[in-house]
Design a protein around this ligand. Sequence first.
Ligand SMILES: CCCCCCCCCCCCCCCCC(=O)SCCNC(=O)CCNC(=O)[C@H](O)C(C)(C)COP(=O)(O)OP(=O)(O)OC[C@H]1O[C@@H](n2cnc3c(N)ncnc32)[C@H](O)[C@@H]1OP(=O)(O)O
Ligand SMILES: Nc1ncnc2c1ncn2[C@@H]1O[C@H](COP(=O)(O)OP(=O)(O)OP(=O)(O)O)[C@@H](O)[C@H]1O
Ligand SMILES: O=C(O)CCC(=O)C(=O)O
Ligand SMILES: [Fe+2]
Ligand SMILES: [Mg+2]
Length: 277
Amino acid sequence: DENGYLVIKNLISGEDIERFRNEFAKICKKEIQVPGLIIMRDVAIAKSEFVPDQKAVTKIQDFQEDEELFRYCTMPQILKYVECFTGPNIMAMHTMLINKPPDSGKKSSRHPMHQDLHYFPFRPADLIVCAWTAMEQIDRSNGCLVVLPGTHKGSLKQHDYPDWEGGVNKMYHGVRDYNKNLPRVHLVMEKGDTVFFHPLLIHGSGMNRTQGFRKAISCHYASADCHYIEVKGTSQENIEKEVAEIAQKKYGVSTPITLKDTWMIRGRLVKGERTNL
Ligand SMILES: CCCCCCCCCCCCCCCCC(=O)SCCNC(=O)CCNC(=O)[C@H](O)C(C)(C)COP(=O)(O)OP(=O)(O)OC[C@H]1O[C@@H](n2cnc3c(N)ncnc32)[C@H](O)[C@@H]1OP(=O)(O)O
Ligand SMILES: Nc1ncnc2c1ncn2[C@@H]1O[C@H](COP(=O)(O)OP(=O)(O)OP(=O)(O)O)[C@@H](O)[C@H]1O
Ligand SMILES: O=C(O)CCC(=O)C(=O)O
Ligand SMILES: [Fe+2]
Ligand SMILES: [Mg+2]
């Protein structure tokens, strides 16, 4: 209620994390093809020659069709907390495994300060929560999450690409103006620790100054009782445009796609009944 986030220590076992790591490695080596999966490479290496290795993969998204990784989204020890926010009808809306690379020297490994709600055309915000689990020790050296406690009590802000000199990853929009004097908290987490946070909480992650690939796995949950909203004419119009362009390119469709369509396709029920979303 006060801070907009809650860290639970040691929620996921080392054994489970090892299984997620192995599955991720197989995906990177192209031993497995996952329908719908989005593989992102850091902007600094986007145009370099492709090597099928985890060194070339910054983030995978939408692993809802990968049984092993999607197990993360259904774990009872996570859903126990999620249900406190969403109630009994729970949808896993967005899945990610983030493999933050050693910074290329251009600071492109940073994730600018943002609110995840910017990407979501469903409401109410209070019935949405993210679970994010550290897959190893994560601190300021390898780019931990940075949060501005209490900012979940504010509203959704305008997001745009930050004007960073070294380039910014596709769709890494940041809050245009936020109060730079607000206290930042660096979430230092150990392997298996899990943070649950509100979709309006302003957060980002710093540069990875180590030689390792910093890993975290996450899922955004929403109550199936949420409703979709029309984002035309709102600050979210810019992200709808980008997502629609990517979805159209990826699936080769010519009919217009809305932000809502992309979420209806990706969302999966994990508990209760699929009512609205
Ligand atoms: C059912 C439909 C699903 C459609 C889904 C669409 C994506 C949905 C995203 C929703 C996000 C919700 C998130 C909530 C949490 C907050 C975040 O995570 S914010 C960050 C979100 N960022 C992304 O989601 C990036 C997703 N990545 C991609 O879509 C792709 O990786 C890609 C960047 C479009 C690259 O596609 P790919 O086909 O692999 O790449 P290429 O063909 O090699 O390159 C095409 C073109 O793009 C340039 N490029 C490649 N990588 C990057 C990059 N990281 N940043 C900037 N530009 C990049 C590349 O250079 C090529 O450029 P060119 O000029 O055309 O040559
Ligand atoms: N010039 C900037 N403009 C906008 N956001 C920034 C800028 N510099 C850093 N950030 C963002 O602020 C967040 C935290 O950065 P910060 O520098 O506090 O953390 P760090 O790099 O992990 O740690 P350190 O304080 O040790 O540098 C990250 O999300 C980062 O992307
Ligand atoms: O750096 C991370 O692991 C998290 C980035 C983030 O906030 C996001 O992808 O929404
Ligand atoms: Fe985020
Ligand atoms: Mg810094």
